[in-house]
Design a protein around this ligand. Structure first.
Ligand code: AMP
Length: 412
């Protein structure tokens, strides 16, 4: 299939060309015709599938007709990074049209946002909290909204945004086209979909399971050796850009400082940074100033760096969803990537859950030449009976294997 098959406006086709997209991804193939017909859509797709263009291209097509400078499309996203990324997609794909997009999120001054809203914009891409501020201040008129998109809805619910979303919905006409995107479908997403979508077409791409272009590897390691193992791994592996996840902001900061001392070009992305510092870190990573980004789950939400070759879970994610979202940062579109996870003994249940979703065991690896000390990971000796790791070669405490994890840490 080709983009020309959608019969989009020539100015939008020029935008697709500028973006460098050659052929539609599966979600675009399936989703674009549905949205062009004006139907509601439930997109079960994770980041990295090309879902943003899947809704943005038909939205731009709709906006080429009808009044300009009236806000007709509202896109809601959980984080400012994702909102900014969606806004940039609108700017790039809509560059040859007169259509405008404004990004609305917290952590930055309201002035420029109010100015953009007053100048008139067809698209608003917003995070819920700041949008409500503008609604209450009377800065924004949502009474002409024709299309509403809720992106990464599962994450929005995880972050407690449901009441805000319901409040926003009261200001949006009931008669509209609605699209809801989610990487997973827990019951609360199903009931949200039921309440806001009308006869939706469900478009499903790689449900729940991480992108197929990503290979997964597990490195059993005691907590105390994680830092050394990361360093050794980076030394031995050919990487382009590496995204490292830690469990807390504090650990992200400390690990980045440690890597910096070792001479790596590294930035930390965590919730305590000002918006300017975050932007500097993101731009530096995207532009090649930094090779390594150390981030927490929330801070890294929506990072779009097509050149990420490795995602390293320095700490095991809390949920399978979080794993999927982290891994979605590599292997984007057609690129291949590698997902590396450091696992301590206490991570055993989460490993099992992730493997259930992947539908296969994750390959266990040990780094050759690395001094594991008294700890002997998988390929050195078999693990004892009864351990669920046995068949896969994981090592257990009983055999002088994995020490317990560090004491519980404060979450972000
Ligand atoms: P998304 O899932 O929307 O976050 O998109 C993931 C990445 O794929 C982004 O870097 C997009 O620019 C890129 N992308 C989207 N559609 C295409 C396409 N048809 N061909 C190549 N890359 C694409």
């Amino acid at each position: 299939m080709k983009f020309q098959d959608f019969s989009l406006d020539a100015r939008i086709e020029a935008g697709i060309h500028d973006a460098g997209y050659a052929t539609p991804t599966p979600i675009q193939e399936q989703g674009i015709p549905v949205v062009l017909q004006g139907r509601d859509m439930f997109g079960l797709a994770q980041t990295g599938t090309g879902k943003t263009a899947a809704f943005m291209l038909p939205i731009l097509q709709r906006l080429t007709r009808g009044p300009l400078r009236q806000t007709r499309v509202l896109i809601i996203a959980p984080t400012r990074e994702l909102a900014e990324q969606i806004h940039q997609t609108a700017v790039v794909l809509g560059r040859h049209t007169k259509i405008r997009s404004a990004a609305v999120y917290g952590g930055v001054g309201k002035g420029p946002q109010i100015a953009a809203l007053q100048r008139g914009t067809e698209i608003i891409v917003a995070c819920p909290g700041r949008l409500l501020d503008h609604i209450h201040a009377g800065d924004v008129d949502l009474s002409h909204i024709e299309v509403l998109v809720l992106d990464e809805a599962d994450r929005m619910l995880d972050m407690g945004f449901l009441p805000d979303i319901r409040r926003i919905l009261k200001h949006v006409p009931a008669q509209r086209q609605t699209m809801l995107f989610s990487a997973t479908m827990p019951p609360d997403i199903r009931s949200l979909a039921d309440s806001i979508l009308t006869d939706p077409a469900t478009v499903q791409v790689d449900v729940i399971a991480p992108a197929k272009t990503v290979s997964h590897a597990l490195y059993p390691v005691p907590e105390t050796l994680k830092g050394k193992l990361l360093h050794a791994l980076l030394e031995q592996t050919a990487t382009s850009r590496v995204l490292v996840f830690t469990r807390t902001k504090h650990r992200a900061k400390r690990l980045a400082q440690d890597l910096d001392k070792r001479g790596y070009r590294v930035a930390a992305l965590q919730g305590n940074l000002s918006q300017n510092r975050r932007q500097e870190a993101m731009d530096g990573f995207r532009g090649g100033k930094y090779d390594i980004m150390v981030a927490t789950d929330i801070a890294a939400r929506g990072i779009d760096v097509s050149l990420i070759s490795h995602v390293i879970n320095y700490d095991m994610p809390d949920t399978v969803d979080a794993y999927t979202h982290r891994i979605g940062r590599t292997g984007r579109a057609e690129a291949t990537g590698e997902a590396v996870t450091f696992a301590v003994q206490d991570d055993e249940p989460m490993v099992r859950d992730i493997e259930r979703v992947l539908g296969k065991p994750i390959e266990r690896r040990r780094l050759s030449g690395f001094d594991y000390g008294s700890f002997a990971p998988e390929s050195q000796q078999p693990a004892p009976k009864k351990s669920v790791y046995r068949s896969r070669g994981f090592h257990s405490q009983a055999r002088g294997g994995l020490p317990p994890a560090a004491p519980p840490l404060r979450r972000d």
